[in-house]
Design a protein around this ligand. Structure first.
Ligand code: NDP
Length: 334
């Protein structure tokens, strides 16, 4: 065990989420911000100063490949726009660096498969930024479901969305985002229904609703969908870019229920069962995530369902949802 080694992480794409994770890492004992890749030179300067790393650990998207010659970077955390996750992951893997990549891992199933293959070929790990798998209220749901304390799961309700602002942002451009609310936050409902049941869906059926055809010219605004699981349990889900207070996971079992509200945001999350409020520590999600992921990469410890294969499963479901919408809501087998 490399007990006193810290994972040295370079961030790729220095936007608001990169900052949040980098700031949260100062409370992680086993990882540090050690470099950056950015299209904005002023951000590189600012980051190098703030996190105290050398200019030699700074790259532009054009010089990114040179990171292979840098022995002081162990992993690249891809926090760029969705459509760049695939090219940036491929570059990092080719350079022999472990990869942590934000959700959605890619914008197509094919890209996700290529990312998994590239990391396998380079013998580096690929983890997806599914921070909730490290979060105590979410871990408790998974524990109670797996131990049978909830009984047999019969129904799941999973919803996640928010009212999006600036109509000119990349999240509303298909070329950069790959899709709308579904790609961005609907993925939380999909992932949540999967950890709430411990099963993989075998079919989906989806319906799209749009109220603002100008703002959501290129991407989806609101989608409702159902997912059927092998045991017969059904998840009823929805996502939106058009309203708030839509961040909830409800799991009905024949012995008890588990309700997370809020369920997917940065928290603090809150949960209750038929026995009352669930008591768990409130943590910074990105701190526990990075501590867990650094341990996984440094010491080869198991990860809680957050590798490339898990990301690929969600991408397959997203593609099936879009396919169902294109077929007027027909059931699509996965
Ligand atoms: P931002 O817009 O704040 O940052 C994206 C960064 O990507 C930019 O700052 C820029 O960095 C880089 N970039 C490269 N090309 C472009 C382009 N054409 N347009 C805009 N930016 C570009 O987005 P977020 O930080 O909110 O999101 C980044 C990723 O993180 C997304 O994939 C998102 O889904 C994910 N995310 C995950 C969350 C989670 O809880 N797990 C929460 C929020 C986001 P630079 O100037 O350095 O090149």
């Amino acid at each position: 065990k490399q007990a006193d080694r810290k994972l040295r992480v370079a961030f790729c794409g220095l936007g608001s989420y990169a900052r949040r994770v980098a700031d949260a890492m100062k409370d992680s004992p086993n990882c540090i911000v050690a470099g950056a890749i950015s299209g904005t030179p002023s951000k590189l300067e600012e980051w190098a100063k703030k996190y105290n790393f050398s200019k030699e650990n700074c790259y532009s998207y054009d010089t990114f490949d040179n990171i292979k010659n840098n022995p002081n970077i162990d992993a690249v955390y891809v926090t760029s726009t969705n459509a760049l996750h695939h090219p940036h992951t491929l570059k990092a893997a080719k350079a022999g660096k472990h990869v942590i990549c934000e959700k959605p891992m890619s914008v197509t199933v094919k890209e996700a498969e290529e990312m998994i293959a590239a990391c396998k070929a380079a013998n580096v790990k690929l983890l997806i930024g599914y921070r909730l798998h490290f979060e105590p209220f979410t871990r408790e749901l998974i524990r109670m479901r797996a131990s049978g304390e909830l009984g047999q799961i019969s129904f799941v309700n999973a919803t996640m969305g928010f009212k999006i602002g600036d109509p000119n942002q990349w999240r509303l451009k298909k070329e950069h985002a790959g899709g709308g609310a579904m790609m961005d936050v609907g993925i939380y409902a999909i992932n949540g229904a999967r950890y709430a049941t411990g099963e993989e869906p075998i079919w989906v059926a989806a319906q799209e609703l749009k109220t603002d055809f100008e703002k959501f010219k290129e991407v989806d605004e609101t989608i409702t969908w159902q997912m059927g699981f092998p045991s017969g349990v059904v998840a009823n889900c929805a996502t939106t870019y058009n309203f708030n207070n839509f961040d909830r996971l409800y799991v009905a079992g024949n012995k008890d229920y588990y309700e997370l509200y809020p369920a997917f945001g940065y928290g603090p999350l809150k949960a209750k069962t038929g026995k009352g409020e669930v008591n768990q520590p409130v943590v910074t999600h990105q701190t526990v995530q990075m501590t867990g992921m650094a341990d996984c990469i440094l010491n080869n410890t198991p990860h809680p369902n957050c590798d490339g294969e898990e990301g690929l499963k969600d991408m397959k479901i997203i593609e099936a949802i879009y396919q169902s919408i294109a077929n007027n809501g027909a059931k699509v087998m996965i």
